[in-house]
Ligand binder design. Structure first.
Ligand code: CO8
Length: 378
């Protein structure tokens, strides 16, 4: 079987940066208006007043300080509370394909590759903007890549699951170079009117270029990270749901609007998923014969600062230095499947050739994916 390496990564970041204070100010205005509009029902006890959000709570409970969104104005408009996106014509590049192309170009440049070198494109993300034609095929055409392309969705674990698909395709000889893309436009599915959800997510797109080591560019052109192993696991849970789907218009009775957006029992998710992830990583590393103390860096899914500290501490058996498990929540918030790849993209300096690291995602499903890496060359 061929050895597979990651030779490039890319990141698209939207221009619209939103601080917690800006988000809280907008939701506070919207909440006060809603409570005024419903004052009679609230007084009669037919419904309860909505609670005012707090910046202090957000930072303390999650570690999120800021996020980027594809349309800041629409998200912060208290009368709208969702992005305002121009409807594009069928002859125009779709928004999700556009951000994929931007991230892909950076990954290709890093690896010293042309788009025509690519013969498989996998788009993995939590929310696809349409059912078909596949966004991945649109990206393949826009880039001028060859071969085949398809979309897939495993929520926050879409990147690691797509990486495993790419590695398998390379090892089996179905492709020679695979581009994995994660266009996460989470603001389209965030309930900005609910204080328990409005702060969680941000938008971004990541790219990872996978090649067979015998095909990879010669030393000196770029970095190479050998994929020593991948491991995926899923376990059904209703604690994180989004019921938007093509049968919604047929259902009787119709669903509540909030059911068509992201929702979760966040506390229960954190309690259940942390031990599962730490154990998954322990067993994956042990089976690969890599002692945990040899792991130089953990690029974990970025959902919650406390969760990441707990997982890293449980795995390593000691307090973990911030640089050992980098966090990007303060700037990007939870970008679903893009999160662990953003951490890898931005925080992989200081690891020497021959040293080990882990990329790991976890989220809705539940789903967990881990990728064991060894740096081959600088
Ligand atoms: N401001 C002030 N108070 C608040 C706020 C707020 N914004 N939000 C909640 N509160 C209140 C609550 O009402 C509650 O009040 P009370 O005690 O009076 O009932 C109190 O604060 C505590 O609330 P919680 O118990 O909910 O608070 P937690 O400490 O659990 O923190 C978190 C909430 C931050 C959400 C935390 O539970 C968490 O991060 N959990 C991790 C969940 C996780 O990892 N989820 C993964 C989901 S992502 C994924 O899988 C991909 C899905 C695809 C998404 C893409 C589409 C958008």
């Amino acid at each position: 079987l061929s050895r597979v390496v990651i030779t490039g990564t890319g990141l698209f970041t939207p221009e619209g940066g939103v601080t917690n204070d800006e988000l809280v100010a907008s939701l506070t205005t919207a909440t006060q208006r809603w409570n005024e509009d419903h004052s009679a029902e609230i007084a009669r006890g037919d419904c309860t007043a909505r609670d005012i959000p707090s910046s202090k709570f957000i930072l303390r409970a999650s570690g999120v300080g800021h996020r980027y969104v594809i349309d800041k104005e629409g998200v912060l408009d208290p009368t709208r509370m969702r992005p305002r996106l121009r409807k594009r014509g069928e002859d125009e590049l779709s928004l999700q394909a556009e951000i994929c192309v931007a991230a892909a170009r950076e990954a290709l440049a890093q690896a010293g590759r042309e788009a025509s070198d690519i013969d498989a494109v996998v788009v993995g993300c939590s929310n696809l903007q349409r059912a078909y034609p596949a966004v991945a095929i649109e990206v393949q055409a826009a880039l001028g890549a060859r071969g085949f392309a398809y979309d897939m969705n495993v929520a926050c674990s879409s990147a690691t699951f797509a990486i495993q698909n790419g590695v398998d395709a390379l090892r089996c000889g179905h492709a020679r170079r695979v581009l994995v893309l994660n266009p996460e436009l989470t603001s389209g599915h965030t309930n900005f009117e609910a204080r328990e959800f409005h702060f969680i997510f941000g938008d971004a797109c990541t790219a990872v270029l996978l090649e067979r080591e015998d095909d990879a560019a010669p030393a000196g052109v770029g970095e190479a990270w050998e994929v020593l192993g991948t491991r995926l696991v899923t376990q059904f849970s209703n604690n994180i749901r989004n019921d938007a789907g093509f049968l919604n218009r047929c259902e009787e009775p119709a669903r509540e609007p909030r059911e068509l957006l992201f929702r979760q029992n966040g506390r229960q998710v954190a309690n259940e998923v942390c031990p599962m992830v730490a154990e998954h990583l322990r067993v994956h590393l042990a089976d690969a014969g890599i002692p945990v103390e040899r792991v130089k860096r953990l690029w974990l899914h970025q959902a919650n600062l406390g969760m990441n500290r707990t997982i890293a501490k449980t795995l390593l058996g000691r307090e973990v230095l911030p640089e050992e498990a980098p966090v990007i929540l303060d700037e990007y918030a939870n970008t679903s499947s893009a999160g662990s790849v953003i951490a890898f993209h931005k925080h992989r300096g200081g690891i020497g050739a021959g040293e080990h690291a882990v990329l790991c995602s976890f989220g809705a499903g539940y789903s967990i994916g881990s990728v064991l890496l060894r740096k081959l060359r600088d």
